[in-house]
Design a protein around this ligand. Structure first.
Ligand SMILES: *Cc1c(COP(=O)(O)O)cnc(C)c1O
Length: 227
């Protein structure tokens, strides 16, 4: 069995090759290690190998891990966020990738103001149109960006999840559509939206080719999850 350190190296080598094929600077592409269900000791192994960005999909698990792991980890929340977990999510200081409704965004803004903190978010878009997925329809995104123009919420960009085991062509179509939506929204709203959170263990090379800046990679680093 290969170690977490070796897996990280392998992923980074593949990232660098994909970036080079697209003539993109590798510095533009952040690797987020998706550590959901992974025990703190194994996360620490990745940390000791130099990894600093980690992503969780549940607020409770995120908060438990932030208290026992090094303070200089950058945390990301990538799972669906329930209204009643917003306060805890903000207190964890994680970047929230999964803002998928106006109601949720308004609540994030109100609670961030109350805490006198600043929320950093991405808006999750359901590009593939699968019923099973969370996320905004592409035409729903613009009104949410208006909420982020000022005040306690800063939007860095967009996030999407491609269908599991989609064909290569379909993956490129979905990731390119997220990038094009981002480009159009930047123009319409006069905002800077530098980040595109897209690409997982099975599809990150296609995501890099289409402009991903944040890859969310779990099993290729920590091995297959058992739960
Ligand atoms: C679990 C998860 C990932 C990572 O998936 P892998 O296939 O293990 O890389 C990425 N994004 C989201 C939203 C996830 O829930």
């Amino acid at each position: 069995m290969s170690t977490i350190r070796e897996n990280l190296e392998r992923v980074k080598t593949r990232m660098a090759a994909a970036a080079q094929r697209s003539a993109r600077p590798i510095e533009q592409i952040k690797l987020l290690a998706v550590s959901k269900t992974i025990a703190a000791e194994r996360i620490l192994e990745a940390y000791e190998a130099g990894q600093r960005h980690f992503a969780e999909n549940r607020v409770q698990e995120l908060c438990a891990k932030t208290t026992v792991l090094p303070e200089n980890i950058n945390w990301h929340l990538i799972g669906h966020l329930q209204q009643n977990k917003v306060r805890a999510a903000l207190q964890s200081n994680a970047i929230i990738h999964s803002v998928d409704s106006m109601k949720l965004l308004q609540r994030i803004k109100r609670i961030a103001e109350e805490l006198q903190s600043k929320a950093t978010v991405l808006l999750e878009v359901n590009i593939s149109g699968e019923d099973s997925k969370f996320g905004l329809d592409p035409e729903q995104v613009e009104p949410l960006l208006e909420i982020c123009q000022e005040g306690a919420v800063k939007c860095l960009g967009l996030m999407t999840i491609a269908p599991y085991q989609a064909e290569e062509k379909e993956l490129h179509r979905i990731f390119a559509a997220l990038r094009e939506l981002r480009d159009q929204l930047q123009q319409n709203c006069g905002l800077s939206l530098p980040e595109l959170s897209m690409g997982m263990s099975g599809d990150f090379e296609a995501a890099i080719a289409e402009g991903a800046t944040m890859l969310r990679i779990g099993s290729a680093i920590f091995g297959e999850r058992t739960q």
